[in-house]
Design a protein around this ligand. Sequence first.
Ligand SMILES: Cc1cc2nc3c(=O)[nH]c(=O)nc-3n(C[C@H](O)[C@H](O)[C@H](O)COP(=O)(O)OP(=O)(O)OC[C@H]3O[C@@H](n4cnc5c(N)ncnc54)[C@H](O)[C@@H]3O)c2cc1C
Length: 431
Amino acid sequence: MSDMPEVASSAREVVVLGAGIAGLCAAYRLRDLNVEVVDSASWLGGRTRSIRFAGGMWANLGAQYLSADKTAVIDLADELGMELVPNGFEEAAERGRGALTPEQSRDLEAAIARIEAEQANPRDPTSPELDDVAFAKWLEGEPDHVLRFLDQWCATVVCVSSAETSLYGALRLWGDQRRAAFTNEPVRRSNRGDTVIVNGTQRLSEALAGASGATLSLETRAVSVVPRRNRYEVTVEGRDGRRTIDASQVVVALPAPVAARVVQGLPDWKRDALLAVRYGRFLCTPIRIAPIGEGRASFPMTWSRPRQVYNSNEFALRTPGDMDREGGCFHSFVYDAYARQIWNDEDHTIRTGVVRALLDAHPRYEGRVREVHVARWEHGLPAYSPGRMKFQPALEASIGGIHFCGDYVFCANTDGAVRSAEVAARRVLGA
Ligand SMILES: Cc1cc2nc3c(=O)[nH]c(=O)nc-3n(C[C@H](O)[C@H](O)[C@H](O)COP(=O)(O)OP(=O)(O)OC[C@H]3O[C@@H](n4cnc5c(N)ncnc54)[C@H](O)[C@@H]3O)c2cc1C
C-alpha cells in the first residue's frame, strides 16, 4: 500500500501512458477525444530529450537525427512545421568504414555479400536458423576486422553487440530494409537526405503535445491499469498523491518491461512477450565547445578509468554549423557494452574520461571545452535478441481496449515509435 494521499478520480475517453514520441504521437492523432497523457519524467518526449546549454547552444540527449528513410517521422515533423537541416555527418563515418584498409574493405565486402545472399533467400523470420542464431555466431570464421566492424555496426543501429543480435535481426537492419529482412519493395526516402531537427529532437515532441490539446501530467507515474466492466481503472501517482482515472481505452506507450508491470491481468503470452524485450543502454555525454574567439579556459578534470572507452562514435556526431566560428556540441555517447562498465561511476569521472578522449582525438579543442552533460538511458534501444521474432505478433497485439506502442513494436527508432503510435491511434478510433 502506498502512503500517498488519495486525490479525486476523473474520467477520460483515452489515457496515454508515456509521453515519449510514441505516446505524444498517439495523443496528437486522437486530438478530437478527451485525452490525458501521463509520464513519470519531468520533461516531455522521453528519449527525444534535448537540452540547451548556456548561450543557446542545444544538444540531443537521445534521438540524434532522422535518416532519410524515416519517412513517418519526417512527415510528422513537416506536418508540425519543424525546421529540418542536413545533419552534417555521414552515417558511414560514424560506423568507422573509412578506417579500413583496401584489403580489409575487400574482406568486409565478402561478408556483406554473404548477408545479402541470406536476404535474397526469404524464410520464416521465426525459423531457428534465423531467429535463434546470434549474428556473432553466424559470423564465426570471418577475419577480426570484419567481426569488429559488424559488431560496431550492430551497436550503431541497435546499441547492443552482434552477440546479442539474432541473424534475422541483422538481416532486417542491414541496408535499405530496416523494416523487414526479405522485401524487394523500394524504401521511400526523403529528398532532403539525413537531417536533424533545429533546436533539438525534443521540439517535435513538444509540438505534438501542444497540438494534441491533451491534458499533460508530468512527474506522474503510471502505477496500474485494471480492467473494470469494459472500461479501465488507471491508477497514477504524482506530486499531489495517488488518483484513479476511469478510461474507455488506454494507449500504453511505456518501455516494454514497464508496460508488463503496470498493466494487470495480461494473458501470459502478452506478458512474456513484453518481458522478453531486452534493451541496450546508452550513456550520453554531449560536450559544448566554445567558438575560437571566446577565450581559453581549462575544463576541471578529476580522474577517470584508465583504458576505458568513453566515446563510441569517434566524435562524428555534432550539431550542424561552424564549430570554430559559432561554437557547437559533440553528441558523444557510448553504446551498451561500455555504458554498462561505467554506469555507476561518478559523473565527474565520466566527464573527465570523455574530455580526455576528445582531446586525444582532437587536440585543437584544448581550452575550448566548456561543459559536459551526463545522461543515462536504461531503456536505450530495444534489441533484436535471439528468439525475439517469435514474440512479434504478441508484441503488436492489443488486449481489449489497451493498445501498445513504442519503438519495441516495429523498429527501434523514432520512425518505428511513430508508426506503432499511428496503429494504436487507429485502433482506438476504430473501437
Ligand atoms: C542516445 C540515443 C540515441 C538515439 N538516436 C536515434 C536517432 O538518431 N534516430 C532515431 O530515429 N532514433 C534514435 N534513438 C531512438 C529513439 O530515441 C527512440 O526510438 C524513441 O524516442 C522511442 O520513443 P518511445 O515513445 O517509444 O519511448 P520513450 O521515449 O522511452 O517513451 C516512454 C516514456 O515512458 C515514460 N515512463 C516510463 N515508465 C513510466 C511509468 N511508470 N509511468 C509513466 N511514464 C513512464 C518515460 O519517462 C518515457 O517518457 C536514440 C535513442 C537514444 C537513447
